[in-house]
Ligand binder design. Sequence first.
Ligand code: SF4
Ligand code: SF4
Length: 92
Amino acid sequence: MMTIEERLALDKYEVDEESHIALDQAACAQCLHKYCLTVCPAKVYTQSEGQDAISVSHVACLECGTCIVACQGGGLTWNYPTGSMGVVYRYA
Ligand code: SF4
Ligand code: SF4
């Protein structure tokens, strides 16, 4: 069986330089569970050790919508990438 990393490597992306994901870092700082850090299959959201801010790597987004459902802290603004930009599925 393929690993998630192997499956993700089969996806193709048309990179939208402008991020379609925005975080309200103040709201995120108050967010108790920060589910975005664990539910995203593409690991778009990361938080470095000792850092309060959450980083967003929007180019890796699969547009699955999981983070939108999981976010309960009100810090996430998510829209589809511009036009035909974003992920182009192949086999993953
Ligand atoms: S839509 Fe899916 S892939 Fe994109 S950031 Fe949210 S959970 Fe991750
Ligand atoms: S789950 Fe939402 S509010 Fe909480 S840290 Fe993630 S984006 Fe911010």
